[in-house]
Design a protein around this ligand. Sequence first.
Ligand SMILES: Cc1cc2nc3c(=O)[nH]c(=O)nc-3n(C[C@H](O)[C@H](O)[C@H](O)COP(=O)(O)OP(=O)(O)OC[C@H]3O[C@@H](n4cnc5c(N)ncnc54)[C@H](O)[C@@H]3O)c2cc1C
Length: 288
Amino acid sequence: MTQTGVRVERQPLSRYTTLGVGGEAEIWFVETLDQLREAVSAPYRILGGGSNLVVADEGVPERVIRLCGPLAKADLEPDPQLSTAGDIVTGWVGGGTPLPGLLRKLQGLGLSNLEGTVGIPAQVGGAVWMNAGTRFGEMFGGLHSLELVTPQGTRTVTPDELDWGYRNSGIPRGEIVSRVRLRLRASTPPDVQARMTLADDARKGQPKMKTPGCAFKNPQGVAGKGAGRLIDEAGLKGTRCGQAMISPEHANFIVNLGGATAADVHGLLDIIRRQVPVPLELEYELWP
Ligand SMILES: Cc1cc2nc3c(=O)[nH]c(=O)nc-3n(C[C@H](O)[C@H](O)[C@H](O)COP(=O)(O)OP(=O)(O)OC[C@H]3O[C@@H](n4cnc5c(N)ncnc54)[C@H](O)[C@@H]3O)c2cc1C
């Protein structure tokens, strides 16, 4: 039993990744800041929506923290003290809040700034940590402040205090985004929906199967050729390794056909690296 009553269970991480791959770990289901402080008192990893992860079949030795309960809920009431004529600043939004559900609520309220991130199956904390986004918008376009937890303590920062940029929040690895306040702009539900539809339409070619998103970053200086195009030109669409396959729809996506292992996925990554003539940098994060 933990001091703060955290629920701790050994479970396969495959249940918590969008690829559906990953061995067992001790998962700490953390609901409060007190529980979070206890959870970071030994080596840990923080899990979000598991949408950018390839977790080893052996699992990971560290405890894995998953934010849930109140740390996965959003208070979207405007804060009268922090809001101004142009900006609506919300109450706290837990780092464990699923981003797709949050965007649906914001659309219903006619609140704008984050709709360009539609279609990203992340949690708010993970999406903030990577500054996830699309060409239609990114997480840091709608943040007022962030609460960060480490074994050394808790701090609240504004985006100005972080060295953030493209797909990078500037938050050191290991600092946990426990909660954020959003900075939004008043719009209307139809207008927000129209912008969401635009961003969603750009995803039409992406597979709908179990996947951790794009496998490789687009390399610079290859005459505008993205990683998907290079993998396609190497003739690798549809290549299989065990139950993992390079998607026939979009070559930069590896999909799980059912029962794939991390070893299958690594097998495909090796084939791609050997057969594409340009060095490619991995987009996924590998655990451990
Ligand atoms: C179908 C699909 C489409 C995608 N499209 C896009 C896209 O358009 N744009 C884009 O940018 N990405 C995209 N991704 C990739 C992925 O969704 C993002 O990288 C996202 O930011 C990962 O967030 P997550 O919550 O799932 O984090 P996880 O995958 O669980 O973890 C990723 C990293 O974030 C850290 N992390 C998680 N939660 C926290 C937290 N609370 N505090 C601190 N660190 C944390 C983890 O420790 C890990 O280092 C896509 C993925 C899929 C499967």
